[in-house]
Design a protein around this ligand. Structure first.
Ligand SMILES: [Zn+2]
Length: 205
């Protein structure tokens, strides 16, 4: 099987409990400590096996092989990627079955990061996730006050649209927001605006 490491935590000395986003499932595995094991790190894509054990309710994670990315030595890209992946752990907390969309989306994002600014690649990926989950539309009403929005738009968590005066979040040109939400493209956003939207994204998927 293959999947992305969403999270891990240490138990009993150096053993780890690892959460992995696979094609159609969120897996949890127990990895016994071993010096020659490949390192577990958030955001890595791995090939792995899970072995069930009658003594334990949690499967043993074994035969872990790293599937490297071409940019895994670029720390700024890795930093953005890991922070994005961490949000999936919270998003799928207590969820077991998922549809194949998510692993394909992450595969696509890995490729996008190869040739694009990582924050832009991830913001565009996030819009696709919102579209898939039916959580996004370009509305004319403010989430907070319900009144029409005719000018520039401020995006808050979940990229919901608000007036700047309602959310105190700096507004963005209306057409640029529409281009982002409808075509999942950051082309009309400045780097500074992307940085601000990145901070909004970091509040959670
Ligand atoms: Zn408002």
């Amino acid at each position: 099987m293959q999947g992305y490491i969403l999270n891990y935590h240490k138990v009993a000395d150096e053993d780890l409990i690892v959460t992995i986003l696979g094609r159609d499932k969120i897996y949890t595995g127990y990895r016994f400590y071993g010096v020659r094991h490949s390192t577990i790190n958030i955001g890595k894509k791995i090939d792995f096996e899970l072995q069930s054990n009658y003594k334990s309710s949690i499967d043993r994670l074994k035969d872990v092989i790293d599937i490297g990315f071409s940019w895994f030595d670029d720390s700024s890209k890795v930093y953005c990627w890991q922070n994005f992946i961490k949000l999936f752990y919270a998003h799928f907390y207590d969820v077991e079955s998922i549809d194949g969309f998510y692993s394909s989306l992450l595969d696509e994002c890995v490729v996008k990061i190869t040739r694009q600014n990582p924050k832009r690649a991830i913001l565009e990926t996030y819009i696709k996730l919102l579209q898939h989950e039916g959580r996004i539309s370009f509305d004319d009403e403010c989430l907070l006050c319900g009144l029409a929005m005719t000018d520039d738009i401020s995006l808050v968590r979940g990229f919901k649209q608000t007036h700047e005066s309602c959310s105190y979040e700096k507004s963005i040109d209306r057409d640029a927001v529409r281009e982002l939400l409808e075509n999942s493209s950051t082309i009309m956003l400045s780097d500074k605006q992307c940085d601000r939207l990145w901070q909004v994204l970091m509040q959670g998927l």
